[in-house]
Design a protein around this ligand. Structure first.
Ligand code: SF4
Length: 410
């Protein structure tokens, strides 16, 4: 018997946001969002068997398909050689609709960083970034189209939230990267995708069910999943406390990353609007509970913004807040900000970064300046997709303006 699956669709709006002072930022086309076609990985075991029955096939075919998808990383009907030839295409169409199509691929760091802009079934765009290091290969994936959190320094935040991504859309990013690594398409020769971080577009906790289902299928061993250890999966959040609490109760040894960006409520209210709903104390309480339950050190992400949150007083306050809970439970990752053109938020000076780290270290806090891979290919968190979306929105607006002028003339 498989577990009962809750089939209600999450809106993507953060729990409680409708009733609080804080309101998620929604994209103009938020209401027009549609559901992606159902994929094999969107179904539980019973649904897969039921769908097989509808096609007149025995249930063991579901296991064969799982093996093709997770074990051999293929959705190509020509590879389904253990399935009757006259059924292969039908199965591929029913269970493996095309959910993501690459629009643009950018490479950096001698081909070891690959950023892909994907188009989804409804024309939405998201991105993923593959980063190969000597001892691991990490894929940063998106979980929502846009993001509703509205952080003013972030390109994705400016777009607002269009919709949640399905488990299929999330996992297809993983399959594509795992296949590229296996087939030697990434500089350095054939290898294995070893780490996943949910740090692309979107707030994973606002799409909890699909993200969790994706996490379970990333970490399960083939043929139930891709076999990437849960310990090598990081789920990030801007501080959606109900999501952190739920994740704590799941008992999966994931790494939690919290995007704090400011040590005080006054400053964080300005940088991260979600702080008005779940403030620094609530977020750190929940993060520390996660550490106690999982025994996994929590990552505290901190985008360094010149003259705004990168001064000595901020480092001291951050150290005080973290040390309040005891030693060695959190690891701070100051991240050099990759600024949006024309915005008032710019990257910190080198000497301020060094001073910030020195103060944290002196207070006994582990902190490492995060590597900003792919700096020369449009930077961090959602910027490529954001840029391209803004361009296509402008093109569409121009096209409809031209159309309106033409029809007004006739
Ligand atoms: S910084 Fe992260 S949480 Fe904030 S708007 Fe950007 S993607 Fe969303």
């Amino acid at each position: 018997m498989s577990e009962a699956v809750d089939t209600t669709v999450e809106t993507g709006v953060t729990p409680g946001a409708e009733h609080a002072a804080f309101r998620d930022v929604l994209a103009k086309n938020h209401a027009a969002r549609r559901k992606p076609p159902q994929h094999f990985v969107d179904m539980d075991a019973d649904e897969r068997i039921g769908a097989m029955k509808d096609l007149g096939l025995p249930k063991f075919r579901a296991n064969q398909l799982a093996n093709h998808y997770f074990g051999h990383l293929t959705t190509n009907s020509e590879d389904f050689t253990d399935i009757p030839a006259d059924k292969r295409d039908e199965l591929a169409q029913r269970f493996f609709p095309t959910l993501i199509t690459p629009l643009l691929v950018q490479k950096a760091d001698n081909g070891t960083t690959i950023k892909t802009l994907w188009e989804l079934f409804d024309g939405s765009r998201i991105e993923s970034v593959l980063m190969r290091y000597p001892t691991r290969t990490t894929l940063c994936i998106s979980s929502q189209v846009g993001c509703g959190m509205g952080c003013p320094f972030c390109a994705t935040g400016k777009l607002g939230l269009t919709r949640n991504m399905s488990t299929g859309e999330i996992l297809e990013q993983v399959r594509a990267a795992a296949k590229a690594m296996r087939d030697g398409e990434v500089a350095g020769g054939p290898g294995r995708l070893s780490n996943i971080v949910f740090m692309g577009m979107g707030e994973p906790m606002a799409n909890y069910k699909s993200v969790l289902s994706a996490v379970r299928q990333i970490s399960a061993l083939p043929p139930a999943g891709f076999g990437i250890s849960a310990r090598n999966i990081t789920v990030s959040t801007v501080g959606v406390v109900p999501g952190i609490k739920k994740l704590t109760n799941e008992g999966i040894p994931l790494r939690l990353a919290v995007s704090l960006h400011a040590p005080t409520n006054t400053l964080r209210d300005e940088l991260v609007p979600m702080n008005r709903r779940f403030n620094v104390d609530k977020v750190l309480d929940a993060a520390h509970d996660y550490f106690l339950a999982s025994k996994r050190r929590v990552s505290i992400e901190y985008a360094m913004m010149r003259g705004i949150n990168d001064q000595a007083e901020h480092a001291r306050e951050l150290a005080k807040r973290l040390n309040h809970y005891g030693d060695d439970w959190a690891h701070v990752n100051p991240i050099p900000l990759n600024p949006i053109e024309g915005s008032r938020w710019t990257a910190s000076k080198k000497e301020d970064e060094t001073q910030f780290l020195d103060i944290l270290h002196a207070a006994g806090i582990t902190a490492t300046l995060r590597d900003t891979r792919g700096d020369d290919i449009d930077g961090a968190c959602g910027q490529l997709a954001a840029k391209s979306l803004v361009e296509s929105a402008t093109a569409a607006a121009t096209a409809s303006a031209v159309k309106a002028t033409v029809s007004a003339k006739h």
